[in-house]
Design a protein around this ligand. Structure first.
Ligand code: ADP
Length: 445
């Protein structure tokens, strides 16, 4: 691999924060205190649940968006504007449909300038390397997904970037095509056929990260932050069945699924609640967007199966981490499951839930929601305080937008409405956009 001799690091981030201003003036923290270095010769995977800020971090490194605080340093100088050493491969291919393969690949080179003959020559060379020979004059719509993504790779690599950034480049492809392309990219990298010094790949696939990366940086959510920076020393090409491969996948899975203790604020001094031993739900609590039915399904599955290892359970059920994590998180928020080192177990409350009929289940969820879920508590208190026991949803959205983006605030509200409705704590009048208290309340369990 060509190693940059002028500087030890390609990119250095120091204490980087990213936040977005809301229409109401509030700042929402997306990434917090990110410090990392990218070195020549390495493939680094940015891994984390959806919404942990992986794409945002990659875009800051590419100079597409500025950091709110902290420094992004490129070749020992603070980065201003676009990073000239970076090219990006997007998940959605991002090709111009009215341009041929060759024209699409040439496009990135045009932005860099230079004589058109040499541009064409570079584009043709990269088209050849990336396995698109013979398709130069085809239009994107004539190509399969895998071939389109090859064009995406060729376009990014033609500019000879020092750092190739890839944002979930294989996730729009079918499993086999994705696996082929992954290994072909690895071939090109290991055989030094591509003119790039380092690769940064954003992914939510643990196995994809362990297959490709020399380092895995695990991000956590709310706000996004680095939870782990793990070296991967297994030699290429890695065998998914190898016990060392499995052990590393397990380790990463455990990090991702372990309780995010740092995000939970310690409870403020225990105030006069009826149950002083129980901590108040944290202020920045974020509700995973899942239905109660999914949570019930998970609990029943855990009861039926003997498998306690969440990773194996996910594999058995062919569930991706992004599918299973939100359900597990929701079950954890309601104190239905405990997680220790990636092993999941049911709590006594969950056992009662599973054994219960529909009414008992509703009562249990009601009691857990009112005890553990801050947003449900807030909505309930607001409703109780109103004489007509109705509130407009805008009131809740305004409160939520102090902590979440407008889209996320809407998602949080939808989840709270869905959960509260199931438990018959309150109802939702959709045409009026109002939440209201159920006339007939269920007796407290
Ligand atoms: P990931 O790639 O890990 O899924 P993203 O970087 O796409 O995460 O987003 C992280 C969070 O930042 C999300 O909650 C998203 O809604 C929020 N976000 C991203 N871009 C913007 C923006 N332009 N304005 C407000 N919020 C944003």
């Amino acid at each position: 691999m060509p190693v940059n001799t002028t500087t030890e690091h390609l990119i250095v981030l120091r204490g980087v924060n990213k936040s977005y201003g809301q229409p109401n003036g509030q700042q929402i923290a997306i990434l917090e205190n990110i410090s990392l270095e990218l070195r020549p010769g390495e493939i680094v995977a940015l891994l984390g649940p959806s919404g942990s800020g992986k794409s945002t971090l990659m875009r800051m490194i590419a100079g597409l968006i500025p950091a709110t605080q902290g420094e992004v340093i490129y070749h020992n100088r603070p980065l201003v504007g676009l990073n000239p050493g970076v090219a990006i491969v997007f998940q959605s291919f991002a090709l111009y449909p009215w341009l041929t393969v060759l024209e699409n690949v040439e496009l990135g080179l045009k932005a860099k300038g230079g004589p058109s003959d040499s541009r064409r020559e570079k584009a043709l060379r990269m088209i050849d390397i990336i396995g698109l020979d013979g398709f130069e004059n085809a239009y994107p719509k004539e190509l399969s997904g895998g071939m389109r993504q090859r064009v995406g790779f060729a376009r990014a690599l033609a500019v000879e970037p020092e750092l190739l950034c890839m944002d979930e480049p294989f996730s729009a492809l079918d499993v086999l095509t994705a696996e082929n392309l992954r290994f072909e990219l690895l071939d090109l990298w290991l055989e030094r056929k591509i003119p790039t010094q380092a690769i940064l790949i954003v992914t939510h696939g643990i196995e994809e990260a362990v297959i490709l990366a020399d380092r895995i940086i695990v991000l956590g959510r709310n706000p996004g932050r680095i939870r782990a920076d793990l070296p991967v020393t297994l030699p290429h090409y890695r065998d998914r069945k190898n016990p060392n491969f499995q052990a590393l996948v397990d380790q990463v899975y455990k990090i991702l699924t372990n309780p995010d203790l740092e995000t939970i604020e310690p409870p403020a001094t225990t105030t006069s609640t009826s149950t002083p031993a129980v901590a108040e739900p944290p202020k920045n609590q974020s509700l995973p967007s899942v239905r109660i039915g999914s949570i019930a399904g998970l609990l029943e599955l855990l009861e039926d199966r003997n498998e306690r290892d969440l990773y194996r359970l996910g594999q058995e059920l062919q569930l991706e981490i992004d599918d299973i994590l939100p359900i597990v998180e929701a079950a954890k928020l309601m104190n239905f499951v405990e997680l220790v080192e990636g092993d999941i177990s049911l709590t006594p409350i969950a056992e009662k839930f599973i054994a219960g009929g529909i009414d008992e289940r509703k009562q249990i969820v009601r009691s857990q929601l009112l005890d553990k879920i801050r947003l449900v508590q807030q909505i309930y208190r607001l409703l109780e305080a109103k004489r007509n026991q109705r509130i407009p949803e805008e009131l809740v959205l305004d409160i939520l937008e102090n902590h979440f983006s407008p889209e996320e605030a809407q998602r949080q509200l939808n989840t709270a409405i869905d959960w509260g409705r199931y438990a018959e704590i309150y109802s939702y009048d959709e045409p009026a956009g109002q939440i209201f208290l159920e006339q007939v309340a269920i007796a407290e369990p």
